[in-house]
Each structure stands twice: as structure tokens, then as C-alpha cells.
Design a protein around this ligand. Structure first.
Ligand code: BGC
Length: 333
């Protein structure tokens, strides 16, 4: 072999080896690294928000999520719905902390208790992530805005409904979601204020359900054992009225016991139709979710948002329900 051909041969081998190692290196990279993000998904959303509810699978919170999802779709937001499986303040706070650490664009959550939520919300805001409270406000915090029920007023409405719907001595037992959640405290306070000048109305006991329907039922059962004079119940969170109604129905006491609850979940509506729950306080969970995402988008766009948006609250009784299809009258054509 001539010198020239030896050189050409070695250069060829070198090039071959270099290209092999490139191929191996890049092949390896492709195999061991996350696939590149799907460009389409990245382009279809402008912001990433997290909605942190009190309890993930709670039917009431699923309605809030539905509204939030709808707005997210409309405004190009990637919305995460994350939080405790069952109501748990520590997990709730942890989810907020983790969302902030992962640098989302905005956090929507309840301000469940001032003591624990206010410092955390202030810290998150301090790190440049806006927080909007929903359902329950943390008024003392630096949250940007609140959207949801005026909880004191809603409790007051419940109290006035009980006054309007009953005659004679009403001995009331209150079952509340939590002794520590601000919205529940305000709903009890509003109710107490609404009945305080009515001599015929006495509040016998206030007990806690942990927002669990089963616990609300257990508490209602025990209350009827311990306080046989109780002839009215007020349930201050979405599943309390349902738990109470189960017990009252089982004990066939629906004609003797007045129940007022909260929210319009399908079971509540069905108990109203059956005449077991007499009234309920209507909240707007879907609108809260929708409105919160919309407000957060406005913030992202540098627009001003109003610091308090109270969604509509009213009392619903059997007469306010549309007739079920089976009771509708066929009219002649
Ligand atoms: C309240 C929520 C609560 C839910 C529990 C609703 O009435 O507004 O704060 O998490 O009940 O079922």
C-alpha cells in the first residue's frame, strides 16, 4: 500500500469511528431523555394554574372544578386540580406549598383558617405567585381577590328561613363541617345572629362533621338520643344536610323535624322533593370556579380585578323546584 492510501484509509476509519460515536451518543440521548414536549400542548395554553380544594372527590368541589375547567378551556389555561383526597388541612397547605415551589402562574384555593392559611398565602404572594381565594376568604392575607359566597350572610339567610318556616318552639342542633374553617364559623355566626331575638328558637348544640356525610349522620343520630327535644337541624356544609336527612328518614321523624342544609347536590334536591329537607342555601360552585380562572387570567394580562366578588346566595324550598317530568301536565296540541 502506498503512503497515500494508508493515510486515506486511516482518515476513513477515523471518520467512521467519529460518526459511530456521534450516532451512539445521540441515540443514547434520545433513549434516555424525556421526549421533547409536545409542541402543540405547549402552544395551546398560555398559563398554568392550580386549583386546590378542601377535598378532591367532594361533589361540591367537582362542580367548582367543572366551572374552572370550562374557563380554562376558553382562556387557554392548563388547570391542575390537586389537593387532599379527604379533608386534611396539612395536606391542603402542602399542596399549596408544592404548587408554589413548582412555579405555577397562579393558585386558586380556599382560605380555610386564618391562622394557617394567611402566613402561607403571604409567603406565596411574596414569591411573586398570585393567589385568589375561592369559597372561603382569607381576608387578613394579601390574597389578590376572593370569589365565593358571603358566608356570614348565607348563614343569616338560613336562620331567617328557619324563622319563616317554623311555628312554636324550635330547638335547633347545628352540624357544621368544621370548627376551624372560616366559612363554617361564619355560617354558624350568621345563623345565630339571625335567630338571637326569637325567643321561641333555641340552639341546643353545635357539632362537627369533618365535612363527612357519614359523620354528619352519626352526629345527628347521637344528638337525637342525647337531646330528644331537638326538632330542627341546620347543616352548614354540602353533605351535612344529607347525613342528617338519612337519620331523620330512617327514624321516620320527617314530620316532626325541620332540616335546613347547604347546597344543591342531587341527593339534597331529592330529599327536598321528598319533604325531608325543607330548605337549602344555594351556592354557585360552578360560577366560583369559572370566575376564579377568568379573574386569574385578567391578572396575568395586567388588568385590575375587584378584590371581593360575592356569588349569588339564596334559599331554595320544594316550591322552587321544577316539576319532575312524571308530574308534568300533558297539554293538548
Ligand atoms: C362549602 C365547602 C365545603 C363543602 C364540603 C360547601 O358547602 O362551601 O367549603 O368544602 O361544603 O362538602
Amino acid at each position: 500500500m502506498s503512503k497515500l492510501s494508508i493515510m486515506a484509509y486511516s482518515v476513513g476509519t477515523l471518520l467512521f469511528l467519529v460518526s459511530c460515536s456521534f450516532a451512539i451518543f445521540y441515540g443514547y440521548k434520545v433513549l434516555t431523555h424525556d421526549p421533547p414536549p409536545d409542541k402543540k400542548t405547549v402552544e395551546t395554553y398560555h398559563y398554568h394554574f392550580v386549583l386546590v380544594p378542601e377535598e378532591l372527590d367532594n361533589e361540591y368541589w367537582r362542580l367548582v372544578e367543572k366551572g374552572a375547567e370550562e374557563a380554562a378551556k376558553k382562556f387557554g389555561v392548563m388547570l391542575e386540580y390537586a389537593g387532599p383526597k379527604q379533608a386534611n388541612i396539612d395536606e391542603h397547605l402542602k399542596t399549596i406549598e408544592m404548587s408554589a415551589a413548582s412555579k405555577v402562574d397562579g393558585i386558586i384555593t380556599q382560605g380555610l383558617s386564618d391562622e394557617q392559611f394567611t402566613p402561607l398565602i403571604n409567603k406565596v404572594i411574596g414569591n411573586g405567585i398570585p393567589v385568589i381565594t375561592i369559597d372561603t376568604d382569607a381576608q387578613a392575607s394579601k390574597r389578590i381577590a376572593y370569589i365565593g359566597t358571603d358566608n356570614y350572610y348565607s348563614g343569616y339567610l338560613a336562620g331567617r328561613a328557619l324563622v319563616a318556616d317554623t311555628l312554636g318552639n324550635a330547638n335547633v342542633a347545628i352540624i357544621t363541617g368544621s370548627f376551624y374553617a372560616t366559612n363554617q364559623i361564619q355560617r354558624v355566626k350568621g345563623f345565630q345572629d339571625a335567630v338571637k331575638f326569637e325567643k321561641r328558637i333555641r340552639i341546643i348544640t353545635v357539632q362537627e362533621s369533618g365535612i363527612s356525610r357519614v359523620k354528619a349522620a352519626e352526629k345527628a343520630y347521637q344528638i337525637l338520643q342525647d337531646h330528644p327535644e331537638v326538632n330542627a337541624f341546620y347543616g352548614t356544609s354540602a353533605l351535612d344536610g344529607i347525613g342528617i336527612a338519612q337519620v331523620v328518614e330512617k327514624s321516620q321523624m320527617e314530620d316532626k323535624v325541620y332540616i335546613i342544609g347547604f347546597d344543591t347536590l342531587p341527593e339534597t334536591i331529592s330529599y327536598i322533593r321528598q319533604g325531608i329537607i325543607k330548605a337549602t342555601v344555594v351556592q354557585q360552585p360552578y360560577e366560583m370556579g369559572y370566575g376564579a380562572v377568568k379573574m386569574m387570567v385578567s391578572l396575568m394580562e395586567g388588568k385590575k380585578v375587584s378584590p371581593i366578588v360575592h356569588t349569588k346566595t339564596e334559599i331554595m324550598r320544594i316550591g322552587d323546584l321544577p316539576l319532575p317530568p312524571t308530574d308534568r301536565k300533558q297539554v293538548s296540541q
